[in-house]
Design a protein around this ligand. Structure first.
Ligand SMILES: C[S@@+](CC[C@H](N)C(=O)[O-])C[C@H]1O[C@@H](n2cnc3c(N)ncnc32)[C@H](O)[C@@H]1O
Length: 310
């Protein structure tokens, strides 16, 4: 057990919680129907789960696979390989994973700048209509004396159908502080509002996201997962591309961020994760989310700027 300061909110498990939640660890052993996999996280290798999952049930796929890096997820060590080998790896699970989507479904795949061309190419090869590439400036990154610090990630966005898909831009508007508060001819604020906290404008979100921090120790959503995604980032993807009551599937769900965010936003989820420790963290987060639906940075149905105190 790591020593942590009293202000550190990183999620941990007591011995009792570990024992109780371990009883809920399950894996798929036979063909499943949509009802069998809805609001469940299965602890197993994705490759063993894929042939057993139903097809055409998910509104949205959020895929955050191991990147083409040397990194350790518990007992699983990944090794950086060539682009060709990484493409082969992605194509070993992507076509079957995409079959989980409805004909109107959408998919997002996370990657770093180096694997970004591979992910784009894999999506195209699988017949997905690639609609955008979001760049997330995640701030934190390791400095280098001989290169630019890497502090961004890409998220490719595509749909199964070119025309029939769900996208709700109103649900993902961003609240930005107004720098030049113009007035109309009769002296009224133009496109902005005066509040007790200052002058703000609701803006359409672009494909450059600079308003989201990676989870850190003072955030209650934080776990010890090495590559945990922020709930605020997932909330944008889910609100934009999955209707309320719809199903979001995540085949590499890690500490459960996609499931937790889906639950908080009244969507259903399905997750797969190899590492039982991560699944236990996910299960505890899901329990907490049933009574606490707050998502840091998303309040009053709008996304607030980074460090706005929301
Ligand atoms: C980039 S992380 C996802 C992190 C996640 N988005 C979160 O917020 O915690 C990738 C995850 O995939 C899991 N994983 C890797 N290979 C897998 C496989 N073949 N089947 C299931 N899970 C796998 C790893 O254990 C790791 O937790």
């Amino acid at each position: 057990m790591k020593e942590r300061s009293a202000r550190n909110k990183t999620l941990t498990l007591t011995a009792d919680e570990r024992e109780r939640l371990s009883a809920s660890l399950t894996s798929l052993t036979g063909s499943a129907l949509t009802a069998d996999v809805t609001d469940r996280i299965f602890c197993q290798d994705l490759m063993s789960a894929l042939p057993l999952l139903p097809q055409g049930f998910a509104d949205l796929l959020i895929i955050d696979p191991p990147y083409n890096l040397s990194i350790q997820f518990g007992d699983l060590k990944t090794r950086k390989s060539s682009d060709e080998a990484y493409l082969e790896y992605v194509l070993s699970w992507l076509p079957q994973t995409l079959r989980l989507l409805k004909p109107t479904g959408s998919v997002y795949i996370c990657c770093d700048w180096q694997s970004s061309p591979v992910i784009y190419s894999a999506l195209k090869q699988c017949g997905i209509h690639v609609r955008n590439r979001i760049t997330w400036q995640r701030e934190k990154g390791r400095g280098s004396k001989s290169n630019w610090k890497n502090s961004m990630e890409d998220i490719w966005y595509g749909t199964v159908d070119a025309k029939q898909f769900y996208f709700d831009v109103e649900a993902v508007k961003q609240k930005r502080r107004v720098i030049a508060p113009y007035h109309t001819e009769n002296g009224q604020p133009k496109d902005w509002e005066e509040t007790d906290e200052g002058k703000f404008r609701l803006t359409c979100p672009s494909n450059f996201w600079d308003d989201i921090s990676i989870p850190y120790w003072s955030m209650p959503e934080n776990t010890d997962h090495p590559t945990q995604k922020p709930e605020k980032l997932l909330a944008k993807l889910i609100l934009a591309s999955c209707p309320e009551g719809g199903i979001v599937a995540d085949p590499f769900i890690g500490s459960g961020s996609t499931a937790v965010t889906a639950l908080k936003l009244n969507r259903h989820y399905l997750g797969i994760e190899l590492n039982p420790e991560y699944v236990l963290w996910a299960l505890k987060r899901l329990e907490k989310a049933k009574s606490d639906k707050h998502i840091q940075g998303y309040e009053d149905h709008v996304f607030w700027e980074r460090n706005s105190g929301k």
